[in-house]
Design a protein around this ligand. Structure first.
Ligand SMILES: C[S@@+](CC[C@H](N)C(=O)[O-])C[C@H]1O[C@@H](n2cnc3c(N)ncnc32)[C@H](O)[C@@H]1O
Length: 174
């Protein structure tokens, strides 16, 4: 599928839940240095955002996971993983340095990933969603004793959306 041309102004696209802009792509790419290893986009939908990231930075170590490969339109099949249902977790999450959740339908998915896979190599979690959902994200999902939580400013989303970044307090990028 042909990728849309982005501008600096966040704009909706039918194949992605979040608004898209050049600023958003460069911001996410800047949060995913190769030193952090695999970035796993959990619930990638059509894969448009992920394909735009790879188009911007072809060396990015990015994979995506979905419940069915049938929803994917933009990503090469070999970058896709599948789980058995919305309740299921992807095994690659254990080895991923970063998890990305863009408009997850169920916010508790982050909690389940953190409980089951969050002990190992995962150093940061990026969440993008509507501002209105922010209050549903509880600190207990990613405890403040282990994770620093911040709102990423000027990230190229629309005013009604936000990006949250959790970083493990012991993160050291060498
Ligand atoms: C609201 S859509 C967002 C899709 C995409 N991130 C976007 O912004 O356009 C949520 C997606 O999460 C997927 N999903 C739900 N539970 C999942 C799970 N446990 N693992 C992977 N994907 C899941 C759904 O199939 C759906 O495509």
């Amino acid at each position: 599928m042909k990728l849309p041309q982005l501008s600096d102004i966040p704009a909706q696209h039918p194949d992605c839940c979040c608004s898209l802009s050049k600023t958003l792509i460069t911001k996410i790419a800047s949060l995913l240095p190769t030193e952090l290893g695999l970035a796993l986009s959990i619930g990638s939908g059509t894969g448009l955002l992920e394909a735009l990231l790879l188009d911007y930075q072809s060396t990015m170590n990015l994979r995506a996971v979905e419940v069915s490969k049938a929803v994917n339109k933009y990503l090469p099949g070999d970058l896709m993983e599948t789980v058995n249902g919305t309740w299921d977790l992807c095994k690659s999450a254990h080895d991923a340095g970063s998890w990305i959740f863009v408009y997850p339908r169920e916010i508790g998915l982050i909690k389940r990933y953190a409980q089951v896979c969050g002990q190992g190599s995962t150093k940061q979690v990026i969440w993008i969603g509507p501002l209105a959902d922010l209050k549903e994200i509880q600190d207990s999902y990613l405890p403040p004793a282990i994770w620093k939580r911040e709102i990423v400013k000027d990230c190229g989303l629309s005013d009604y959306e936000t990006m949250v970044l959790w970083t493990r307090l012991d993160l050291k990028i060498e």
